[in-house]
Write a protein that binds this ligand. Structure first.
Ligand SMILES: NC(=O)C1=CN([C@@H]2O[C@H](COP(=O)(O)OP(=O)(O)OC[C@H]3O[C@@H](n4cnc5c(N)ncnc54)[C@H](O)[C@@H]3O)[C@@H](O)[C@H]2O)C=CC1
Ligand SMILES: O=P(O)(O)OC[C@H]1O[C@](O)(CO)[C@@H](O)[C@@H]1O
Length: 366
């Protein structure tokens, strides 16, 4: 079985690439990072280290790389052979990936072999966005052959500091949940959870793991800290994190069928993951993409708006917005853009236009 995975980064190599390899796929990584592609083609293997006491190491072999910008013909050949195409590039890059896949899809569909195309990004129904962008170019493609399941992915893979640029250290936990009904073909993946209704899983993950991580990053940086370990050692941050997660727990248990006991157990598990002493993570990485994270459907604003509209407690999430507005990672292009927008029109106008917050909520935050 063959896979093409777009984005040979932390999640690509450390999570999706490993699951595909464990399912006996040869994985061809498609990326624009020349160093990574060259190393993949030279070594044809890398190591995944599990960050825990006496953590195991796994060799991921039978891999290759394609530079999508320079070798479109190699990409076409790989797509023609692929049984699955996955992405982990960042949700904003999906239109670019759609342009890379679309020209080859009609020919691939004509082979009649099932193909699943799955976006593995931190966003609600990211595959739908990829599908729309692809079909805008191709027109309709036989859905019995080419299918687009949405998915939710969860594994903390921080910035890497290994000597070998391909090796990757990951937390032990991982969860890849895929829409079952949208899956094409009989060959399902082991190590993946298939569900008929994905939305509760996506939002539970996004509004617990990712809202929690954002709380640590933005409050932590406001207090002048640099790493998740430092932040999790500060009682003020853990207490704020718990306040934020008890607000999103209200959203999740009201909107979906999770009981409060189940959600509390999930929260404790996530906080335990944030405290993993074998994983060193940087608050600037965790807080990266601040414009995306302050978007109306993302991890902070969506639960905040819902709780506010329903007259429910939301002051920790409102504080989280004010911490995010103070984030100051000028290496992040989204930060620079946010700073410019705020300088030009002010915080209130930014929150109204970008985050689509109501005047009342904006007054609470500013
Ligand atoms: N790192 C983490 O802990 C987690 C990340 N995610 C999500 O996974 C996605 C990827 O995140 P990471 O792996 O951490 O980022 P990363 O920055 O390590 O990897 C992204 C990769 O995409 C490549 N890329 C960028 N533009 C491209 C293009 N046009 N064509 C092909 N490749 C391109 C980059 O060169 C890079 O290798 C994001 O959506 C993120 O939100 C989800 C769960 C956990
Ligand atoms: O680009 P984003 O949305 O921050 O994605 C990475 C986040 O997802 C997580 O992996 C959680 O699954 C966190 O490690 C990290 O903060």
């Amino acid at each position: 079985m063959k896979a093409v995975h777009f984005g040979a980064g932390n999640i690509g190599r450390g999570f999706i690439g490993k699951v595909l390899h464990d399912n006996d796929y040869s994985v061809t990584f498609a990326d624009v990072n020349l160093d990574i592609i060259e190393a993949l083609n030279q070594d044809r293997a890398y190591t995944v280290h599990i960050a825990e006491e006496n953590g195991a190491s796994y060799t991921i072999d039978d891999v290759a790389g394609i530079n999508t910008a320079q070798h479109p013909e190699a990409l076409r050949a790989a797509i023609m052979e692929a049984d699955i195409i996955t992405t982990a590039v960042g949700v904003n890059i999906l239109p670019v990936i759609a342009n890379a896949i679309a020209p080859h899809l009609e020919a691939r569909a004509a082979t009649g072999r099932p193909l699943n195309i799955i976006a593995c990004e931190n966003a609600v129904m990211a595959t739908d966005a990829l599908k729309e962008a692809i079909l805008n170019t191709t027109g309709s493609i036989d859905p019995d052959i080419v299918s687009f399941p949405n998915s939710a992915v969860d594994r903390i893979v921080p910035m890497q500091t290994n000597d070998n640029i391909l090796d990757v250290k990951v937390e032990p936990f991982f969860e890849w949940v895929i829409e079952e009904d949208a899956w094409a073909g009989e060959e399902k993946l082991e190590g993946v959870t298939y569900v008929s209704d994905l939305m509760p899983y996506i939002e539970r993950k996004l509004f617990t793991v990712n809202t929690g991580h954002a709380a640590i990053a933005y409050y932590g940086r406001t207090l002048g800290l640099d790493t998740v370990s430092e932040a999790m050692g500060d009682e003020r941050i853990e207490s704020f994190l718990r306040d934020v997660l008890s607000e999103t727990a209200v959203y999740l248990t009201e909107v979906y069928d999770f009981s409060r006991a189940e959600q509390d157990e999930y929260i404790e598990k996530i906080i335990g993951r944030f405290k993993n002493a074998h994983l060193s993570d940087d608050l600037n990485r965790v807080g990266r993409g601040v414009l995306r994270k302050l978007g109306p459907d993302d991890r902070i604003i969506k639960p905040l708006t819902w709780l506010h509209e329903h007259g429910l407690k939301h002051d920790a999430l409102a504080r989280l917005v004010s911490f995010a507005l103070q984030f100051d990672n000028t290496e992040d292009p989204e930060q620079t853009r946010m700073n410019t927008l705020i300088r030009e029109s002010g915080i209130a106008a930014f929150l109204k236009k970008h985050s689509r917050l109501s005047e009342k909520l904006i007054r609470e935050i500013t």
